[in-house]
Design a protein around this ligand. Structure first.
Ligand code: SF4
Length: 368
């Protein structure tokens, strides 16, 4: 038992030390502490969230993203309400507790249209509803919360303002809202809030990543999503990644090991949060990326329920459309993998203790 050897109260200097740590025997301590913390605080259940990528339309130009507005080669789609509800029915049939509706920042997704779908899911199912629809106005976010949405995901990507502005050019032009401010507003509305970062953005230093991880704790996140930067050829960062890197020895590598370290540190610093083992991790290591994430602090998996004809059009980074546990057959395989890790598939919505312990927070959904 290693519990307590690595403290939740660790400071930025200690976080930095772990990010730079390379010795396998030391890293083994980090993995074991993260896994032990996960078991004690959020248990052995792995919660499945059915991901529905409802639209690949986006008005933004984030320099790392394959579906940015500037990618004129991409065919655009927006799912209909009936198509979305068919995916919701699939989530129910597979026994998932949550649907996550994600899109680019699509102005065609109006507050009313989305609120109608949320209300319908609330009326017809016991599923929790998570949204990830970009930097929307306070009025839209409020309308969706009132319609019954439980959670909102918005990654802040990096806490370094200069690096943030470099990869989000619209912020440099004074467009867009501060993501940290939006997260605070979402928490005040009673949403469970999720955020996270990309690991290994060209120009991201070890200091930057240590500050990001410290910020997870500071803003008291309910969900933390961490994935490696994977260059997409149709983006500015995909074609110029090498020229934008931080000086040698300072640039955070965009690799699997650094992502596991970030997940493990996030678990130790934010023990009550839900942390997914992300698709990006499984893309880097198809054979065991997901399992390694789950044994180093993660407790959530997000199977993709997007219809196949749309899925390949939601290519934020290359090879993202790889198959996951989104069919009955693959679900059986996932159950076997989890059993090998002494884990089980969670039942119900899987709200994190981080949210349930916050004063005034309460899920709007009826409890199944
Ligand atoms: S990251 Fe989100 S907001 Fe930025 S271009 Fe991609 S889909 Fe649009």
């Amino acid at each position: 038992m290693v519990s307590g050897l690595i403290q939740m109260a660790m400071d930025r200097r200690e976080i930095l030390g772990w990010l730079r740590e390379e010795r396998p025997e030391k890293l083994e301590l980090l993995w074991r502490e993260a896994d032990d913390t996960r078991r004690r605080r959020v248990g052995d259940e792995v919660h499945l969230r059915g991901l529905i990528e409802i639209s690949n339309r986006c008005i933004r130009e984030c320099h790392y993203c394959g579906i940015r507005a500037g990618n004129r080669e991409l065919r655009r789609y927006r799912m209909t309400e009936e198509e979305i509800m068919a995916c919701v029915a699939q989530a129910l049939a597979y026994g998932y507790g949550t649907v996550v509706m994600q899109s680019g920042e699509d102005e065609g997704i109006t507050a009313d249209w989305m609120a109608g779908i949320i209300r319908r899911i609330r009326r017809e199912t016991p599923l929790a509803v998570t949204l990830s629809l970009g930097e929307r106005s306070e009025a839209d976010l409020k309308a969706w919360r009132e319609a019954g949405a439980d959670r909102y995901l918005l990654r802040f990507e990096t806490s370094n303002p200069e690096l943030y502005a470099r990869i989000h050019p619209y912020h440099r032009r004074g467009e867009g809202r501060s993501r940290l401010e939006i997260l605070r507003a979402l928490a005040a509305m009673g949403y469970e809030i999720g955020s996270g970062v990309m690991v290994g953005i060209p120009g991201q230093t070890y200091d930057d990543l240590a500050a990001d991880i410290a910020l997870f704790r500071e803003i008291d996140l309910d969900m933390i999503g961490v994935g490696p930067f994977i260059p997409h050829p149709a983006t500015p960062l995909g074609s110029a990644a090498g020229t934008l890197a931080a000086p040698a020895g300072e640039q955070v590598p965009a690799d699997e090991l650094m992502t596991y370290k970030t997940i493990a540190l996030a678990r130790i610093l934010c023990p009550d949060a839900n942390i997914p083992s992300t698709t990006a991790l499984a893309t880097l290591n198809l054979a065991e990326g997901r399992e390694l994430g789950l044994s180093r602090g993660a407790n959530v998996v997000m199977p993709n329920l997007t219809p196949r004809r749309y899925r390949r059009l939601y290519e934020i980074y290359p090879a993202k459309g790889l198959p996951g546990p989104e069919s009955a057959e693959q679900l059986v395989r996932l159950r076997r993998q989890l059993a090998a890790l002494d884990r089980t598939i969670g039942s119900g919505a899987g709200d994190p203790p981080a949210y349930l312990g916050r004063s005034g927070a309460a899920p709007l959904r009826r409890v199944p």
